[in-house]
Design a protein around this ligand. Structure first.
Ligand SMILES: Cc1cc2nc3c(=O)[nH]c(=O)nc-3n(C[C@H](O)[C@H](O)[C@H](O)COP(=O)(O)OP(=O)(O)OC[C@H]3O[C@@H](n4cnc5c(N)ncnc54)[C@H](O)[C@@H]3O)c2cc1C
Ligand code: SF4
Length: 320
């Protein structure tokens, strides 16, 4: 049993202050990932700062015609929000492809962005893992790595980011709003998560004392032509082997604009803007650019073909 203290905060400033006082503390929102990590002895926060009472539980219009999703809005409430369903159905579909109804009722938007990888070795404290303990080694590299990344990997880590919601947010070019002891700032979604490089213990560019307050969706929601498909080993309760989010703007049969993001293939949602420009040449050309730098292992090389086929199917659906 690891002992830890607990404090509940009512406003963002106090939450940030509490975190700045103790860098070994952790914010707790829905707890659906953090509590598991604590039970598995992977996370050992000295203190839990309960943020569930912070006033970040609303979905509101923004001045530029977009939508602001509070960090503490539950994943289920986000997916079933009338405005999200109507204007950002890609996001609703991606959220509903994740976890289970019970989990989505508990999990928050902020927590979803910061959930940790599902690499088996990361959860197994009997094996070395650079993400859990920097400078040990990566057990997945020569171990079971069928689920692991094929893009953006490093010699230190080949884990994937497990979120479905984040793949849609990448395609929609959302913006993450954060507050820290130096005030508020915004982080474009593409810059929020990191590739492992030689710092695989860091998943995002959020600073240690910062809290996510909201995720802003731009006005353009691609509500007419969109699709999210998640390919997994079983229909329920499984993380993506490969997932694809597509958001298209069509002019009759012509694609005017396309946003494509892949999940299950990298340490962050994978988007290559140059690949989107290849769309007039067909799905094969797009995939060739998207997967150009792939470095699969023997066990997960199947993801290359799976990504190509899923992308082709998703584009057909999204166009229609
Ligand atoms: C069995 C199971 C299956 C799952 N399947 C899927 C799936 O298929 N697809 C998918 O996308 N997800 C899946 N999930 C993950 C689930 O979506 C996440 O656990 C959930 O979104 C995390 O949200 P939370 O509020 O519970 O976060 P918590 O567990 O409370 O926190 C997670 C992390 O985020 C930090 N944090 C939380 N909120 C903030 C904030 N506002 N600011 C700064 N830091 C914060 C915490 O300190 C912690 O480090 C699954 C989870 C389980 C247990
Ligand atoms: S892939 Fe990353 S998380 Fe998994 S064992 Fe290697 S270092 Fe750890």
């Amino acid at each position: 049993m690891n002992s830890f203290s607990y404090v509940r905060t009512d406003d963002v400033a106090t939450a940030v202050h509490e975190m700045a006082m103790d860098r070994a503390a952790k914010f707790i929102a829905g707890g659906t990932n953090l509590i598991d990590l604590m039970k598995e002895n992977v996370a050992h926060p000295s203190r839990l700062i309960d943020i569930t009472r912070l006033p970040l539980d609303k979905i509101e219009e923004t001045a530029n015609g977009g939508l602001r999703l509070g960090a503490l809005v539950k994943n289920a409430d986000t997916a079933y929000n009338e405005q999200v369903e109507k204007r950002y159905p890609l996001l609703a579909k991606a959220i509903l492809a994740g976890a289970s109804p019970q989990l989505r009722n508990m999990a928050t938007n902020g927590g979803n962005l910061l959930q940790r990888t599902r690499c088996y070795y990361f959860y197994d404290t009997a094996t070395p893992c650079n993400k859990r303990e920097p400078g040990t080694t990566c057990s997945a590299m020569d171990g079971f790595n069928r689920m692991h990344a094929i893009l953006g990997t490093s010699e230190h880590c080949i884990a994937t980011h497990p979120s479905d919601m984040c793949v849609a947010l990448a395609a929609l070019e959302a913006v993450v709003r954060v507050t820290g002891k130096n005030g508020e700032r915004t982080i474009p979604f593409a810059e929020f998560h990191r590739l492992p490089g030689d710092t695989p213990h860091l998943d995002s560019n959020l600073q240690a004392d910062e809290i996510i307050t909201a995720v802003d969706l731009p006005a353009k929601g691609f509500a007419e032509h969109y699709m999210y498909v998640k390919v997994r080993d079983r229909r329920s309760y499984a993380f993506a082997l490969v997932s694809v989010a597509a958001a298209l703007e069509m002019d009759c049969d012509t694609i005017r604009q396309a946003r494509l993001a892949l999940g299950g293939v990298a340490h962050k949602p994978w988007r290559v803007e140059a690949a989107e420009a290849e769309l007039p040449r067909g799905a094969k050309a797009v995939t060739a650019k998207l997967l150009a730098d792939a470095k699969p292992t023997r066990e997960n090389a199947f993801k290359l073909q799976l990504a190509e086929r899923t992308l082709g199917a998703v584009l057909t659906e999204a166009r229609s």
